[in-house]
Design a protein around this ligand. Structure first.
Ligand code: ACO
Length: 422
């Protein structure tokens, strides 16, 4: 006997029974009862907006899988480019497929000279790198008019390749401009994470420590996708209008920019810096609880109500990085905050645990990234997640242009009153 749900309209006595599939029932049941009836669901807390076979999350059990593969295994054994292939194609690549994909990505890392010389040079000297990244991704689309052929698979694949490959170049370009440093061209002979690190900091004979290169790759893997988060939802909503993927990615990146989303790791470092010393942690926690201070940034998640599996991996990666860079002095404050919060009923009762952002900023800072680059670092790998969802959206026959309704709470009809009579 399949799981079903019966919804009854008490006004008319009419009942509709529909199946429950994977914990979800179709909202069309409501329309069957009464086509003028809508569901009020602010922030889509109780809405499954699409079917997806990309990423699985179990917030109560702290489970995250890409295409069925546990994040722990991918973070330990795979590379970002392999994971990118997996997210986009549904299967891990074999040796030949990975070699071809890696070669293709490597050979699409360059960006048009006008992007660098004319577009980026037009920003104000203190422009935020993430604001620049958002605009640069949108601008990139204007260099590829074939990007509008979104129903042509070859064109779609080409744009995906370009966006995945150029994201680190654009990111490093934004950083170098904001730091007043000259652009560093991509190097096609080194790995994806090493190339990014080199484009950020190449000075003379810059040598990348393999442990930092690996840490960068692990961070890219952990951030590559996360189901229907705010940025991915933006990608799907904007992509549903059939705009080109650069414009849709720019919208997704804008969502990521917000402090409640990808901007949280930046906020964590600012918070730790303001706390300043472990002795100040209890007072800070009290201010969070009483509402007189800010939220405990890097804590809490809409879906994870037990632990964020990415946070566990990131904490370990942090120690790997600190072996090379030396310990980030803010680490002790973070550890103390975690200890105090996890023992406090306020956080326990609300199921608030460290999320991916709690420790990632500490790693980035120890590696030498300025705080303003943190969200950009998130956007580089998330680009592939956005594109995997965009592709899935376009192939989904159930999907149409996103167009929710509203519960209107404004005035009824009023007659215009002439200015002199008001
Ligand atoms: N510190 C203190 N209290 C918190 C926190 C926090 N970090 N997060 C949630 N709460 C409290 C709320 O005040 C609320 O308490 P109340 O019931 O007494 O009003 C309760 O917990 C539920 O919070 P909501 O805001 O309803 O939870 P929601 O699921 O909407 O928010 C979010 C999730 C935005 C992540 C939230 O936990 C938050 O603001 N965290 C800090 C920012 C952050 O770290 N964001 C990164 C998220 S991960 C990512 O985007 C990659």
């Amino acid at each position: 006997m399949p799981d079903t749900i019966t919804i009854t309209d008490d006004r008319t006595g009419k009942a509709v029974t529909v199946p429950i599939t994977n914990g979800v029932f179709p909202a069309s049941a409501v329309a069957q009862l009464d086509p003028s009836l809508y569901i009020y669901d602010p922030a889509y807390m109780q809405t499954a907006a699409c079917k997806s076979s990309i990423t699985y999350l179990d917030g109560d059990a702290g489970v995250l899988r890409y295409r069925g593969y546990p994040i722990e295994q991918l973070a330990e054994k795979s590379t970002y480019l392999e994971v990118a292939y997996l997210l986009l194609n549904g299967e891990l690549p074999d040796k030949a497929q990975l070699a071809t994909w890696s070669d293709e990505v490597t050979h699409h890392t360059f960006i048009h000279e006008n992007m660098r010389k004319r577009f980026v040079d037009g920003f104000h000297y203190d422009a935020h790198p993430m604001g620049m990244f958002v605009s640069a991704v949108a601008a990139l689309g204007t260099f590829y008019n074939d990007a509008k052929n979104i129903h042509d698979k070859d064109s779609r694949d080409k744009q995906i390749l370009r966006l995945v490959a150029k994201a680190p170049t654009v990111a490093a370009m934004c950083y170098r401009f904001s730091a007043g440093l000259p652009f560093v061209y991509p190097d096609n002979e080194i790995s994806f994470p090493a190339n990014f690190l080199q484009m950020m900091w190449k000075v003379g004979e810059y040598e990348i420590d393999p442990r930092l290169e690996r840490a960068m790759d692990v961070l890219f893997i952990l951030h590559a996708d996360h189901e229907q988060n705010c940025g991915t939802t933006a990608m799907r909503v904007v992509g549903s209008s059939h705009v080109d993927p650069y414009s849709a990615c720019a919208a997704a990146a804008s969502a990521l920019y917000g402090p409640l989303h990808g901007g949280a790791n930046e906020a964590v470092i600012r918070m730790l810096t303001e706390i300043g010393h472990v002795d100040n942690v209890p007072a800070f926690i009290e201010s969070v609880k009483s509402g007189t201070g800010s939220r405990l940034m890097g804590f809490g998640h809409r879906v994870y109500k037990n632990f964020d599996p990415r946070a566990t991996i990131i904490k370990k990666t942090a120690y790997d990085v600190f072996e090379v860079t030396g310990k980030n002095p803010l680490l002790d404050i973070a550890l103390k905050l975690e200890e105090v919060a996890l023992a406090d009923d306020y956080f326990i009762s609300r199921k608030l645990y460290p999320n991916v952002d709690f420790y990632s900023g500490l790693i980035y800072q120890a590696m030498g990234f300025p705080v303003a680059m943190f969200t950009v670092l998130f956007a580089i790998p998330r680009t592939v997640g956005w594109l995997a969802h965009w592709q899935e959206l376009l192939d989904d026959k159930d999907q149409k242009i996103s167009r929710p309704r509203q519960m209107y709470t404004g005035e009824g009809t009023r007659n215009y009153v002439d200015l002199g009579d008001r």
